[in-house]
Design a protein around this ligand. Structure first.
Ligand SMILES: Nc1ncnc2c1ncn2[C@@H]1O[C@H](COP(=O)(O)OP(=O)(O)O)[C@@H](O)[C@H]1O
Ligand SMILES: [Mg+2]
Length: 360
């Protein structure tokens, strides 16, 4: 069993100070637009991932006019109470504390409190660029494999260093082949780990996504999902060598796992170009629910599910029923927002699920 049973929020976004107790497995959060429903979910997300799902920097989450924030949450994991605290200090330093122990690296916390969020803009996972799909895959792997996150951080750091070396070469510096090779070696080491781990994951995940998609879309039309990586056909070292002169002229690294993608094909066409809105939503929920299921099996208990305004997007009755059912069947904690109080309560009443209603 895993849940968050209370959270206190100070100077975080639109909350000067607030305390919430979650005393049911399902919490429905309602209130008019702009009242702080999404921000409350993001505060929970913070305590699981040590960062926001929505904003790029920690600073953006400090209440306007203030100089720091604090989020404290009480979680229950296997009957043990765990206290997580995230503090953004006035000096711009972030601290993350679990049961009175300060983390040296935030990455060590990720995965301890598994969590999945579904937010309105997530449809970009389907229709946007590869970056959003890599982020989806990474969010899952970072929670199941602590080493994965470390390798990914190492890879991205080296990629930045390599790119800035490429830029300095263009600014008249001479080509430092030795340093390039050092970076290449580091990228190969971490890149291959990331590639292999993604490949293994997708082998497991793709059949689950396809099944869920058919359930949600009520279709038997097959979708094909393929993990596309330059590394699948080529030796990474060889690739970097082949691309070197092009890298120098384009000032960036053109080969590697930062180019990976998940390609979805439907009737021989790219899904993102041809699918209807309804089909896109079905695929998005299939991705998220597959992630949920995989995390649940991996951890041995269900992750916290944060559903932000999903009913807004789910006009089709059957699909919202299916989704609500998932909340009820899976015995995990669900925090769900909706600006229409009646819509959300009707759904859960109909399913006979007990829930707590929080009105902001
Ligand atoms: N750093 C911040 N300081 C103060 N208020 C903020 C900050 N960031 C966002 N907000 C406010 O939070 C509100 C939006 O909250 P949100 O959780 O998105 O509402 P909703 O209930 O519609 O999901 C907006 O009024 C916005 O101005
Ligand atoms: Mg919102």
């Amino acid at each position: 069993m895993f849940c968050i049973d209370k959270i206190s929020i100070t100077q975080f976004k639109n909350y000067p100070r607030a305390l919430f107790h979650f005393d049911q497995r399902i919490t429905c959060i309602t209130g008019v637009n702009g009242v702080g429903k999404t921000n409350l979910l993001d505060a929970v997300y913070y305590l699981c991932f040590t960062k926001s799902y929505f904003s790029k920097t920690d600073q953006q989450n400090i209440s306007f006019g203030e100089s720091g924030f604090r989020i404290e949450g009480e979680f229950v994991l296997n009957n043990e109470v765990r206290t997580a605290i995230c503090i953004m200090r006035e000096n711009g330093k972030k601290e993350f504390i679990l049961d009175d122990k300060i983390y040296e690296r935030f990455s060590h916390h990720v995965g301890k409190f598994p969590c999945i969020i579904v937010a309105p803009d997530d449809v970009y996972i389907i229709i946007g660029g590869g970056e959003s799909r890599r982020r989806y895959i990474d969010a899952l792997l970072c929670q199941t494999d602590a080493n994965y996150l470390q390798q990914l951080i190492d890879y991205n750091r080296t990629l930045q260093q390599r790119n800035s070396l490429l830029r300095s070469i263009s600014e008249g510096g001479r080509t430092d082949n030795h340093l390039l090779e050092v970076y290449d070696e580091q990228m190969i080491r971490s890149g291959i780990y990331v590639y292999e781990t993604r490949k293994t994951l997708l082998h497991q995940l793709v059949p689950m996504i396809r099944q869920l998609y058919n359930d949600l879309a009520g279709s038997i039309e097959p979708i094909e999902i393929e993990y596309v990586s330059q590394l699948s056909q080529n030796d990474f070292k060889e690739l970097l060598r082949q691309y070197r002169s092009r890298d120098i002229s384009s000032l960036r690294t053109n080969a590697g796992i930062h180019k990976d993608d998940l390609e979805v094909i439907f009737h021989g066409q790219l899904f993102r170009n041809t699918a209807s809105q309804g089909q896109r939503k079905s695929l998005l929920f299939a991705l998220k629910l597959a992630e949920f299921e995989l995390l649940r099996v991996h951890k041995g208990y269900p992750p916290i599910l944060l559903l932000d305004d999903v009913f807004e997007k789910l006009d089709e009755g059957r699909m919202s029923n299916l989704l609500t059912e998932v909340c009820v069947k899976n015995r995990g904690q669900v925090l769900i927002t909706d600006s229409h109080r009646d819509r959300i309560t009707t759904h859960f009443d109909r399913l006979g699920a007990s829930y707590q209603l929080v009105t902001l």
